[in-house]
Design a protein around this ligand. Structure first.
Ligand SMILES: NC(=O)c1ccc[n+]([C@@H]2O[C@H](COP(=O)([O-])OP(=O)(O)OC[C@H]3O[C@@H](n4cnc5c(N)ncnc54)[C@H](OP(=O)(O)O)[C@@H]3O)[C@@H](O)[C@H]2O)c1
Length: 384
């Protein structure tokens, strides 16, 4: 990171407690929406130029003492993240919904790695983000080990392009559940282990698409009929909700906890995320490799956020400055500002409260867990 100073300010300092009712927005204004699309197109066209200073693969600092959980590490960006962390000496836990695929990958990686150093320290645990019970049970099993967790990488995500709205068995729109609600539950429930691993980090693989997103905290699942659902609305809203929740989460974590929350944009990356695109669009996707990052290139901003020694200092500077958002690292590994809507602290606070309610946690869950107290969660077993 060039320096640990916050990005250029766009608004006055705003207190977390400054939660006065504002005029309720029904959606992004035209100018915000156009700016959002500009950001998406700019990232797609110029990401390679703006990231031209980065090596590929990106060299990592010494990390043999780190334990890292990577969700969704059987494919795309997550697969690269898990492999590179393990090859750099970290203890990696692949948190996946397809353990067989993960074990096959580990076997392949161990074979490719043999003779280059100690065997990779990597294991698999089952996690299905479409089930909040599965998330709570995962966290319970992990916390029961009583070991430290240094880095949680919430990478798993879906973008069911062109598909109709689908509701999970927990009653949530699937993009919102997989991309935001389930990672939020996982992050909060893993706090006891993150405290043991402190200084520790939660890294959320977000997207530039958040900048065309809009979140109505009273209708996170876009089911009220006020807005028409499309997969683009589902995906972009879930990514914006994640930034808003993370911003309040970061403020709720006392500096002494040594835990920081960071969101990153991986860039536009050639992965299985496009699996739902039509054949023709997929073919076009293959034809523009110059613009689109490989998964290895797309893993750099997350690996940077997970391992760079300056990240905690940067997060603390933002917190001390009462900055309305958490740290956001762009695909070129530079700190940047998320969208204007992400700076709406009043909405972020309501997204925080609503999210805790939807994931079955009390509003003081973070404070209690930080104090070492138990918290009752509606999902998984009763006591975490
Ligand atoms: N690719 C891009 O251009 C791009 C751009 C911006 C942000 N991102 C973000 O980057 C992250 C990684 O995506 P990717 O591009 O690498 O896509 P990907 O290749 O489709 O990988 C997504 C991973 O998430 C896992 N996953 C999906 N649903 C899950 C569930 N219910 N429970 C547990 N795991 C689940 C998948 O598991 P299976 O293999 O079992 O399906 C897979 O391992 C996502 O958060 C995505 O939104 C991607």
């Amino acid at each position: 990171m060039g320096s640990a100073s916050p990005p250029a300010k766009k608004s006055e300092k705003q207190q977390l407690t400054d939660n006065k009712p504002e005029k309720l927005k029904k959606g992004l204004g035209w100018i915000e929406w156009l700016k959002g699309w500009f950001n998406v197109i700019f990232e797609m066209l110029f990401q390679r130029i703006s990231a031209s200073h980065l090596e590929n693969p990106m060299p990592l600092p010494p990390i043999d003492n780190l334990t890292c959980i990577v969700t969704g590490s059987t494919s795309g960006i997550g697969r690269e993240i898990a492999r590179q962390l393990a090859e750099s000496g970290a203890h990696v836990v692949m948190a996946v919904r397809n353990p067989k695929a993960a074990n096959e990958l580990i076997q392949k990686w161990q074979t490719d790695w043999s003779g280059k150093g100690l065997p990779l320290n990597i294991e698999v645990m089952e996690l299905d983000l479409l089930s909040l019970d599965s998330v709570a049970q995962f966290a319970e099993a992990w916390n029961a080990r009583l070991g430290p967790l240094h880095v949680l990488i919430n990478n798993a995500g879906i973008f069911s392009i062109g598909e109709p709205q689908k509701i999970s068995k927990d009653g949530n729109e699937e993009h919102m559940q997989v991309n935001h609600l389930a990672p939020a539950l996982l992050s909060v429930l893993l706090l006891p282990s993150l405290i043991k691993g402190s200084p520790s980090r939660i890294v959320n693989v977000n997207s530039v698409m958040h900048s065309i997103g809009f979140v109505d905290p009273e209708d996170l699942n876009v089911v009220s009929g006020k807005r028409k659902f499309t997969s683009l609305v589902g995906y972009s809203s879930s990514k914006l909700a994640q930034i808003m929740f993370s911003s309040i989460f970061q403020k709720r974590l006392p500096a002494e906890s040594g835990i920081n929350v960071v969101c990153v944009s991986p860039g536009i990356v050639h992965t299985n995320v496009a699996r739902d695109l039509s054949r023709i669009v997929q073919a076009a996707y293959h034809l523009i490799p110059y613009f689109i990052f490989s998964p290895q290139e797309g893993s750099r901003s997350t690996l940077f956020a997970a391992t760079d020694p300056q990240i905690p200092e940067y997060c603390e500077v933002l917190k001390a400055d009462e900055w309305p958002t958490c740290a956001f690292i762009s695909q070129d590994c530079r700190p940047t500002n998320p969208s204007e809507e992400a700076h709406n602290i009043g909405t972020s606070f309501r997204v925080w409260e609503k999210t805790l309610e939807m994931i079955g946690l009390p509003s003081d869950a973070v404070e209690k867990l930080i104090q070492g107290e138990e918290v009752t969660c509606r999902y998984g077993r009763q006591q975490q």
